[in-house]
Write a protein that binds this ligand. Sequence first.
Ligand SMILES: *Cc1c(COP(=O)(O)O)cnc(C)c1O
Length: 477
Amino acid sequence: MDEYDQARYAGEDAHEPLLSEKGETTVAVEDTPLPEELTRDSVTLPSPSEPEIAEHYVRLSQMNYGVDTGPYPLGSCTMKYNPRFTEDVAAHPDAAVHPDRSDESVQGTLALLHALQDSLARIGGMDAVTLQPPAGAAGEFAGIAIAKAYHEANGEGQRHEVVVPDSAHGTNFATAAMAGYDVVSLPSGEDGRVDLDALEAAVGEETAALMLTNPNTLGLFERDIEAVADVVHDSGGLLYYDGANLNALLGRARPGDMGFDVMHFNVHKTFATPHGGGGPGAGPVGVTADLADFLPSPQVREGEDGDYERVTPANSIGKVHGQLGNWLVLVKAYAYLLRLGDAGLRDASGKAVLNANYLAEQVPYDVPYGPFHHEFVASAGEQDAADVAKRMLDYAVHPPTTKWPETVEEALMTEPTEAEGLRGLDQLAAAFERAAADDDAALANAPEKTAARRIDQTSAARDLRLSWHALDDDSDA
Ligand SMILES: *Cc1c(COP(=O)(O)O)cnc(C)c1O
């Protein structure tokens, strides 16, 4: 999209009427088998023509910036290209199965899920995987619940602390707290990595787990990961891997081999299934053999006769989602894995790392730390990172993640992903250049060329109005 295109939907011109404002018609309701008290004699419906409907939705889509619009370097959130063939696979009529059907009648479904469990276990270096959690945060919660059940089963229920590095994703702190743990924040060392002395001081008999991501949120590999694992294991704690963004490791290194006991995957970040509006996604959880009995129910297992069946693990923590999870999202993840294969996954991680390092070299801001893996964190310095982000929208790219991690001042956390080509990377670099050269007034006024100007983000998140009528009533008042 060029700037001209974006400007067409800006300002007053951006108003797109509701379909009903383009004309309505009242139609009689024909006989229905529904109870009379639930039916009306007639309903009033919008009456646009088919082209008007198509135009309406296309215009709405052009008023927003999406993963198919252009570069989308949202660090840690990993917004990458969603291949269309996975949609075709998920739309196959045979993919529409009712979850209550008997195991015998859905062998294909169970075989696919079993194969995905196996593939993820192999990618993560884990022994068993559950596909049930519907998001990364839900996977974390299931994983920490498994760790808790494990400690309790070993008579170690006194372990009441979970240690989380200060640079960790916010969901790690929230997960530990929601699972009933006291959260111990671990300060990062000078080099942006785990400080072993600080870790030694933080763990002990009270420690249930350390939650870690590697490469960490600065895009840095924890080189001392084996020593970290030893410290945690010597204290009797478990090592949890936040595998939301596995993009740097695919086909190259495995959390299980680094000493992690339990991990989650975000298929909507790493395996290119769509990622929007908070879901649906999937956050499968992998565990070592010691923890496999605690996995949620049901689990797909291959029986001795070669048939697949749903089973409840011996000490299962129970259900964390309905049925087997977000089935169609899992179908897309499996289709993607099959299409790429081992060599393709390795290639993807190589390109993700190359792209992040290429872009890190081009940005006009200070980039502390490095060399990087799949993402890097630049500092906007004297500028406000949120203003820079708004300004980048005017330059027709999506901005990076801002103001996080807090260990970098005015952080611009950038992850171009392996899906971005050279042209997109250069477009991003140019947008960074232009924003860096802008004065305070231009930054404070941004965005100027988008359909919606700067919004009050707090109200937008806290005072949701999901119905047109709510707005309508308000304007009447
Ligand atoms: C996105 C993310 C999560 C949470 O995943 P959701 O699917 O958004 O719940 C957890 N940890 C890290 C590092 C992430 O980037």
